[in-house]
Design a protein around this ligand. Structure first.
Ligand code: HEC
Length: 132
């Protein structure tokens, strides 16, 4: 009976995990991107602004978008933009990559997204962007 209960618990837990992942919304991420990121980032390839274009950034090595002058910190961070790395960077850029030029909580711009749901949706949106 105990084993049965444990199995039921595992099944319930895994269903909960799957539905959390499925709940990530690229559409909601796009709305967040427009309000939180678009002032500095375009998603058009080659169109850099205050920040680099984020076209196809998912899966790329950090600081390799042509034509943008990245901080030495990001250039030498040796990061590939996977879910985990984006998650850390968006939570607090300065903790993820000390010395990055991307503003972070504590600066006037208050970058850094405290909500894990917001970060997940934003990452789902970044994942959906074509590289060219
Ligand atoms: C005030 C301007 C500004 C805002 C707002 C901003 N960024 Fe940035 N972002 C930058 C700058 C500048 C860099 C380059 C950092 C460096 O060189 O250290 C950058 C770098 C990045 C990178 C790394 C790109 C690469 O090619 O390695 C990602 C990913 C990123 N930003 C995502 C976001 C997301 C997502 C948001 C919105 C939640 C956002 N940024 C909001 C200015 C900004």
């Amino acid at each position: 009976m105990k084993i049965f209960n444990l199995m039921t618990l595992c099944a319930v837990a895994s269903v909960a995990l799957v539905s959390t992942a499925a709940a990530q919304s690229a559409d909601r991420g796009k709305t967040l991107f427009t309000s939180e990121c678009a002032a500095c980032h375009s998603v058009t390839p080659g169109q850099n602004g205050i920040g680099p274009s984020l076209a196809g950034v998912y899966g790329m090595h950090a600081a390799t978008t042509p034509g943008f002058h990245f901080s030495v910190a990001l250039q030498t961070a040796n990061i590939v933009w996977t879910d985990d790395q984006l998650e850390k960077f968006l939570r607090d850029p300065e903790i993820a990559v000390a010395g990055t030029k991307m503003p972070h909580p504590g600066t006037e711009m208050h970058m850094g997204m405290p909500s894990p749901v917001d970060r997940g949706d934003l990452i789902a949106y970044l994942r959906s962007l074509p590289r060219s």
